[in-house]
Design a protein around this ligand. Structure first.
Ligand code: SAM
Length: 268
């Protein structure tokens, strides 16, 4: 990069730039972008992944918050007619403004770790637009996303993301691949929204509520944590053992509890 475009990484924007060519190549191969595909990159930074994505011939929109990176990105890529740059906060970005057809948008990003969970929830609000998502995240977040019931990683994040998506933990990336190196290990995850939900809830906001209440006190039994929402009898009627703790329940069981609550609310 020329002198004119020297950029100092900013902590408050979660900037850890990828510089390991082998890791960049492995990520690009996992994404496998094709000509004409609609892609959205969150936080392109100095363009480590952007260059390869554009080189594939995909139609790429990028959203970058840091104003100081805009000239750096424009200098490298503004000449490409498959590149569109949006300066702003991805958490507030209106994904429908891209005009992508249903299940077409491929979202990628080496995400700033401080916003990764709210950003995933913001994207899931638009799950119908999305074909798949590939993210670099803190390794422990990927472990929670990909967890199954029965262990300490299974919680609100695993359940609400798996309600919408198939989750694959692809590979881990050590701190040395970034500049500056983060203090934690990272991992690449692939999220593929289900075209048809395997366990649709009558009202997904009630599912969110049940899951939040249950995991607020994860050591307590469901009978105890859910008592303001569902009686012991209602829990049993949903075919759930109220003496279990939340981490012992699978997604389908949480959906049965949410549907019981929907039924009960409807009857009031
Ligand atoms: N993709 C680049 C790479 O792999 O080298 C940069 C990754 S860096 C971990 C995260 C990037 O996201 C930074 O460029 C940062 O400025 C940007 N960013 C941080 N918060 C953002 C937000 N709310 N919306 C959009 N971009 C954001």
């Amino acid at each position: 990069m020329s002198e004119q475009y020297q950029h100092r990484a900013r902590k408050r924007f979660g900037q850890n730039f990828l510089h390991d060519a082998g890791v960049i190549d492995r990520i690009l191969r996992a994404i496998h972008a094709r000509p004409g595909e609609r892609m959205l990159e969150i936080g392109p930074g100095q363009g480590a992944l952007t260059a390869g994505l554009l080189g594939s011939g995909a139609e790429l929109d990028v959203v970058e918050l840091d104003k100081d990176l805009i000239p750096i990105l424009n200098h490298q890529f503004a000449g490409r007619d498959n590149f569109r740059l949006h300066q702003g906060d991805a958490l507030k970005f209106d994904f429908t403004s891209l005009g992508a057809s249903p299940h077409s948008l491929r979202v990628v990003g080496n995400l700033p770790y401080n916003i990764s969970t709210p950003l995933i929830f913001h994207l899931l609000d638009n799950a119908g637009l999305i074909r798949d998502m590939h993210f670099m995240l803190q390794k422990e977040v990927v472990e929670r996303l990909a967890a199954g019931p029965g262990g300490g990683d299974w919680g609100r994040l695993s359940i609400m993301v798996q309600y919408h998506c198939k989750v694959e933990h692809l590979f881990n990336v050590g701190p040395g691949a970034f500049n500056p190196p983060p203090k934690v290990d990272s991992a690449i995850v692939r999220l593929v929204p289900h075209e048809t939900l395997p366990h649709p809830a009558k009202d997904h906001r009630l599912l969110e509520r049940i899951v939040r209440e249950a995991f607020n006190q994860r050591r307590k039994t469901l009978r105890n944590t859910l008592k303001a929402l569902l009686s012991s009898e209602a829990i049993e009627a949903a075919n759930v053992d109220g003496s279990l703790r939340p981490e012992q329940l699978d997604l389908a069981a949480f959906v049965r509890l949410a549907d019981k609550l929907a039924e009960q609310n409807g009857a009031e």
